[in-house]
Write a protein that binds this ligand. Structure first.
Ligand SMILES: NC(=O)c1ccc[n+]([C@@H]2O[C@H](COP(=O)([O-])OP(=O)(O)OC[C@H]3O[C@@H](n4cnc5c(N)ncnc54)[C@H](OP(=O)(O)O)[C@@H]3O)[C@@H](O)[C@H]2O)c1
Length: 258
């Protein structure tokens, strides 16, 4: 029986993930697009909008058992995963003590463990030419006070993706770490919690669709990192040459945090 060529997009119910769905829906190399997130209604709305090609799967990706169950589900689906986009993630733009221990650890579970586990579950269903896109951030390039866990999780995603890309060369699978600057999405509605001290200055915001287009282009070129925009590229270069303490001071000045 011929296998079903598919793409899997996590965090597809909103923002950046939804833009990937918009861009991939017309791509005839995919028979099916699995869209994953917690909000079942929003996922079903995608199916109503785009039709049978969309396969909603409601899941909390911060729980590894759920991801293992998704792996068992994939075994019943006869799939060839041509593209995995690990996009689900969240941030809290506040001081270390403004959020609970549970919420702090949950950010690590979703932004790091979820990305790793989804990749490990999906790789056995991939073949030569398959692609993994892991969404990191501009925040990955340096430590960022008042979003310390978020920026650290994104550093992990960037480094892990680049290293995994090397390991997967022998299978002909590529991994691309996408490092966007600020984009107009719900990340901020969820992440800004009116903290006493928090990061609130999100300069040079762009629309997510332009970043998603560039990410797909770079992934298909086999690049291990995708950066959209001059300011993000500059930030990446400066982080290689300037001392981290200096960069963090500039960041606090930009955020007007004393
Ligand atoms: N916006 C930016 O400026 C920016 C910049 C750099 C990187 N990023 C990264 O881009 C990615 C997408 O974020 P976004 O900006 O598009 O924000 P968003 O609009 O808030 O989207 C986040 C997505 O992740 C899903 N999600 C959240 N928690 C989840 C969980 N526990 N299990 C499964 N899915 C979950 C959400 O769906 P449900 O709530 O339905 O689960 C939603 O679809 C994130 O990794 C973020 O860190 C964003």
């Amino acid at each position: 029986m011929e296998r079903i060529n598919c793409a899997i997009i996590t965090g597809a119910s909103s923002g950046f993930g939804k833009e990937f769905v918009n861009l991939l829906i017309e791509d005839t190399s995919f028979d099916r697009i699995f869209v994953l997130a917690r909000n079942e209604e929003k996922l079903n709305n995608l199916k109503t909008k785009y039709g049978e090609k969309i396969q909603p799967y409601s899941i909390d990706l911060s729980n590894i058992e759920n991801i293992k169950n998704f792996g068992k589900y994939l075994e019943t689906q006869n799939v060839n995963i041509k593209l995995l986009i690990n996009n689900a993630g969240f941030a809290k733009f506040c001081s270390y003590d403004d959020i609970s221990i549970d919420e702090s650890v949950n950010m690590i579970n979703l932004n790091i463990s979820g990305v790793v586990a989804m990749g490990l579950i999906c790789i056995p269903f991939m073949e030569k030419g398959s692609k993994i896109i892991n969404v990191a951030s501009q925040a990955a390039f340096q430590p960022l006070p008042y979003q310390n866990i978020y920026s650290s999780t994104k550093s992990f995603v960037k480094n892990y993706s680049q290293a995994l890309n090397v390991e997967l060369k022998e299978k002909g699978i590529t991994v691309t770490a996408v490092c966007p600057g600020w984009m107009k999405t719900d990340l901020f509605n969820r992440g800004c919690i009116n903290a006493k001290k928090g990061t609130t200055n999100f300069a040079l915001m762009v629309e997510p669709n332009v970043v998603a287009k560039k990410a797909l282009k770079d992934a298909y070129k086999g690049k291990d990192i995708s950066v959209y925009g001059l300011h993000v590229n500059l930030c990446r270069i400066m982080s290689k040459f300037l001392p981290e303490n200096f960069i963090m001071k500039c960041w606090l000045l930009q955020q007007r945090i004393k």
